[in-house]
Ligand binder design. Structure first.
Ligand SMILES: Cc1cc2nc3c(=O)[nH]c(=O)nc-3n(C[C@H](O)[C@H](O)[C@H](O)COP(=O)(O)OP(=O)(O)OC[C@H]3O[C@@H](n4cnc5c(N)ncnc54)[C@H](O)[C@@H]3O)c2cc1C
Length: 405
């Protein structure tokens, strides 16, 4: 249902969004409810289904899922993960981490979430797959946008929701190196067989500077293999998969547990993903008629466990502020940032700390951490990390932006 109240006499009605993962479709959902027209351009040729588990925690995230009307669909697709065991090189469990520490209140595969958001928006949103913005030229009335494939078009506003390596950010704000801070860790992830027979659970194996894990997915019918390793590698060509796989093999071959088998499986994985773990730090998230959203604006890193909830909260706030300002982007973009900045910075702090803990660079530190996890369930502060994560995720009061928002 469209809230015509907010956009009566409004300007800047036609909005282009770059990126169809979490932030982009969530924004399209809210903008439509407030009476705007949305087009989403996605570089991938089709919706990207694969991927890893992401989570929501705390009332801010959950209330947005409810307000969007997608909570039931999210619950149906939830991973239902239990605890995660840390194992030794022979695969013998050494310690167990409770589910709420890494899976929040609701955990879902990123691809499943993207599908739910797409299904909820595709009837009223123009989706263009297999294309990318190549230039943005702003004037007093709007933005002329050129694309790799489609003919140039005019829009009133453009929102970059195109992730850590945002093209919109590069075109409008400058090169990635200025804004992306590498946290000294690389990550790889792919889908493989659940050959350990894991039942809604995962195993993780840590050595100095490395962590490998396998967790069951899609109700045990498959598994996700995850690798993190400490590295100062310069940014690699993100399309050079053979080189990335060679680096991963160099890092993990012969290191114990299931690593060799998983490296073999990697060669035939349908969805190999490899990237540096980074955060996006920017003084401002908008310039003129262009604003950034989600990871493109303030990626807290994949290790923070906060990026998805933050993207969802940001979409809600950005659309709400545009509606409240009747489309006046100068007012709305400034208010969006005022409402969200402290929250986003809190999420980034989580990412900072976790990188160092996840892959400690010395053997001694790795051994100490493994030992700590073993005794953690018996310590008085055993739930502290989960509590801090929840507090961070709830550190925002969501404004009511109208009848539906
Ligand atoms: C390995 C890993 C594990 C993670 N684990 C968690 C977790 O446990 N909990 C959690 O909350 N979050 C987690 N995250 C983070 C989470 O996935 C992101 O924070 C979240 O998806 C942000 O959504 P987004 O829409 O802003 O960006 P993204 O999900 O990165 O989406 C960006 C979209 O833009 C598209 N795109 C890119 N370039 C262009 C272009 N030029 N033109 C058009 N489209 C383009 C991409 O194809 C993609 O569809 C994890 C991330 C990774 C990588």
């Amino acid at each position: 249902m469209t809230d015509t109240k907010n956009t009566k006499n409004a300007k800047n009605i036609d909005v282009l969004i770059s990126g169809a993962s979490v932030a982009g479709p969530a924004l399209a959902h809210w903008l439509h409810r407030h009476g705007f027209n949305t087009t989403v351009v996605e570089r991938a040729p089709a919706l990207r289904d694969g991927g890893y588990a992401v989570d929501f925690r705390g009332e801010a995230h959950l209330s947005i899922l409810r307000r969007m009307g997608i909570m039931d669909a999210v619950q149906r697709a939830r991973t239902g993960m239990g605890s995660m065991s840390y194992v030794d090189s022979a695969g013998k469990p050494q310690a167990k981490l409770p589910a709420d520490l890494f899976a929040g209140d609701v955990e879902i595969l990123r691809g499943d979430l993207a599908r739910i958001l797409y299904d909820a928006t595709e009837q009223h949103t123009e989706y263009v797959f297999g294309d990318s913005i190549t230039s943005l030229t702003e004037d007093a009335d709007g933005v002329t946008v050129t694309f790799e494939r489609a003919a140039p078009r005019r829009f009133d506003l453009v929102i970059g929701a195109d992730g850590l390596h945002s093209t919109t950010r590069r075109l409008v704000f400058g090169p990635e190196e200025r804004f992306v801070k590498h946290l000294g860790v690389h990550c790889a992830i792919f889908t493989t067989a659940n050959h350990l027979g894991l039942d809604h659970t995962g195993h993780a194996y840590r050595t100095a500077g490395r962590l490998a894990a396998l967790y069951s997915a899609r109700h045990n019918t498959e598994a996700k293999a995850v690798f993190y390793f400490a590295s100062e590698l310069p940014d690699l060509d993100r399309r050079d998969v053979p080189r990335q796989q060679a680096i991963l093999a160099e890092q993990f071959a012969g290191t114990g547990w299931e690593c060799d088998r998983l490296l073999q499986d990697m060669r035939s994985a349908p969805d190999f993903y490899f990237d540096s773990v980074g955060q996006v730090r920017m003084d401002s998230w908008s310039r003129g008629r262009v604003a950034l959203l989600g990871d493109a604006a303030h990626c807290p890193s994949s290790l923070s466990g906060m990026g998805t909830g933050l993207a969802l909260v940001g979409a809600y706030v950005l659309a709400g502020e545009l509606a409240a300002a009747h489309g006046d982007h100068r007012v709305a973009f400034a208010r969006y940032e005022e409402e969200l900045r402290e929250y986003a910075e809190g999420c980034q702090k989580m990412g900072d700390g976790v990188a160092r803990l996840m892959v400690p660079d010395s053997r001694l530190m790795a051994a100490l951490l493994n030992r700590y996890y073993k005794i953690m369930p018996y310590l008085p502060g055993k739930n502290m990390a989960a509590k801090i994560a929840r507090r961070t995720a709830e550190n925002i009061t969501l404004r009511d932006y109208g009848r539906e928002g």
